[in-house]
Design a protein around this ligand. Sequence first.
Ligand SMILES: NC(=O)c1ccc[n+]([C@@H]2O[C@H](COP(=O)([O-])OP(=O)(O)OC[C@H]3O[C@@H](n4cnc5c(N)ncnc54)[C@H](O)[C@@H]3O)[C@@H](O)[C@H]2O)c1
Length: 270
Amino acid sequence: MRDYANLFRLDGRHAVVVGAGSGIGRESALALAAQGARVTCADRDLDAAEETTNLGNPADPVPSVAAQVPSQLTSYELDVLDPAAIERAVAELGEVDVLVFTAATNVRKRLLDYTGDEFDRVVALNLRASFDLVRTFGKAMAERGSGSIIGFSSIRATTVEPGQSVYAATKAGLVQLLRTAAAELGPSGVRVNAIAPGVVETPLTEQIKAHPDWYSAYAEKSALHRWATPDELAGAVVYLASDAATFVTGSVLHVDGGWTAVDGRFEPPN
Ligand SMILES: NC(=O)c1ccc[n+]([C@@H]2O[C@H](COP(=O)([O-])OP(=O)(O)OC[C@H]3O[C@@H](n4cnc5c(N)ncnc54)[C@H](O)[C@@H]3O)[C@@H](O)[C@H]2O)c1
């Protein structure tokens, strides 16, 4: 019988979380470490990554123990817009069992107002950097014969509204990139999946929170009638990283409070 009591444990695994300095990446790093993984908190913003590391590591480790046992969380400076830095990270970080990447950006603007530079900036981070991460870490995982890659898409991969054009296109593109990676790396034992969050309160969505009407319209859209907090995404990451998901690859896991399931515009009278 399988060890169901420990189905989600990640003891002995090494997880790299890119974007661990904020929001969903931070909570994912903390949750993976809580399940026993050694976690590298990678981010362009090293101070932010270190804040995550400090949140997850015991405040006063016993010095003699700390000297022998590596911390569960360590920080690492990585700008994923630099393909050579990704190559370096793969060489420096050693064997990686789990790669989670969350770094992304959005320019909320109507299509006709978008500039070419804005298009390039959103595509460079959301799509090109994801491509570089998947192929570089994925190659090393395939050579070892195992690994789990988890990328962050969005409800915007399937449903849009005015102002989401390029972001939505990158998030839909990411799903197809990850599905193809799942097809190509599956025979080598590497699983590749996407998580599609709904609206989550993080620095990425601060612009929306500043407008009460916009904020509450988003809250009302989901079946749960509220926003998510970033820790509510961490369970999906742990699941896809763990042996609970050994037969799960090429999938898109929606964690959206029912946003994409419901198209309710009117409540029929009883
Ligand atoms: N917040 C939401 O409502 C929401 C909804 C749907 C999808 N998502 C997706 O979830 C993911 C995480 O979103 P979040 O809200 O936690 O974002 P966030 O902005 O809070 O965090 C992103 C992190 O990525 C880091 N980063 C940015 N550029 C980088 C670079 N070049 N190299 C390395 N690190 C870099 C930032 O420093 C930051 O720590 C994103 O892919 C986002 O598109 C978020």
